[in-house]
Design a protein around this ligand. Sequence first.
Ligand SMILES: Nc1ncnc2c1ncn2[C@@H]1O[C@H](COP(=O)(O)OP(=O)(O)O)[C@@H](O)[C@H]1O
Ligand SMILES: [Mg+2]
Length: 352
Amino acid sequence: MNNPFKFGTIVEGNYFTDRTEELERIKEVLNSENHLILISPRRFGKSSLVKKAITNTGRTYISLNLQMVVSVENLASLILKEIFKQHKWEKIKHLLSHFRIVPTVSTTPMGDSFDVSFQPATDTTVLLEDALQLIEKLSNSENRMIVVFDEFQELLTLEKGIDKKLRSIIQNQTNINYIFLGSQESMMTEIFERKKSPFYHFGVLMHLDRIPYNDFYKYIVERLENENAETIAHSILETTRCHPYYTQQLSALVWDMLTYKHYDKDVVEQAIKSLVRIHDLDFERIWLNFNKTDRAILIDLVKNGQPSSNRLLPTSTIYSGIKRLMQNGYVIKLEGYEVEDPFFSKWISDRQ
Ligand SMILES: Nc1ncnc2c1ncn2[C@@H]1O[C@H](COP(=O)(O)OP(=O)(O)O)[C@@H](O)[C@H]1O
Ligand SMILES: [Mg+2]
């Protein structure tokens, strides 16, 4: 029997739960000429949700992770590579001759992967514009392509003014739905909610929350097949606070321990201990890289559930520290501030 819990990659089918309202909402957006902006902390399920919503439409899409892109030219060639994966080279090569800077395309003998490069260009915007216009040409009102920009906030690091340029290309297209995903709340809000930003109110904004307790509880109980399943599911969710990734991670280990090692009542406690131990080296390395302020804030969050009970630090120092920790993903804010990783949180509290 296979482990019924999965973490780390996109989840589909039986591994996917809840999100019915979100799926409905995304479907509506994709059935319109509007674009979608989806924000949540890392590993809350953005990619999985969007993949499912798109698959339901049956339309073609390309997904571009801006975290892996280092320049505008690189982005343009990534777009072309993705297009070549979906369209027969023979059918689209004539379209490339319209490019103002014609790309050099090489392929493996089997034709299963492509490499794309450009002559050095002084104006990289034309590369991006031609690549995105190619998608527009390949789309039509019957089969509108969907383009997903993952970790979209990274765009701003590519080149000064790139947001303005990208926006001016996209705003004239009518055959594409764009989906902008981002896990840095403050930067995404800057991009889409600040009046002066080129992407101000550019699409339908959605925030993705954790998976609701009742749904996750049922999901876990059904898959554990254990007489104590209900108690176990409850203590898993108490630890992970319904964070999608950590819940699946802890549940997967609990399932292994129940199935192969015949643990009993204290299985969740043992699984948590084990995860904290496995990550000890990483946690220590991360901890040593924090300055004293960050450490004080994290200890406060773990012990008191809030960052500001430390009277030795000025409030402004605490909040700039919190901001920094949030940008780097160590702290997230939902109802209040909390340490993102429940096992790191446990590691910290064990050492207090
Ligand atoms: N709808 C869901 N049902 C169950 N688990 C989920 C769901 N969405 C996400 N997860 C869990 O969270 C992990 C991260 O999901 P992912 O879609 O990669 O998040 P993101 O794109 O926000 O970083 C998945 O590997 C899975 O363990
Ligand atoms: Mg993702």
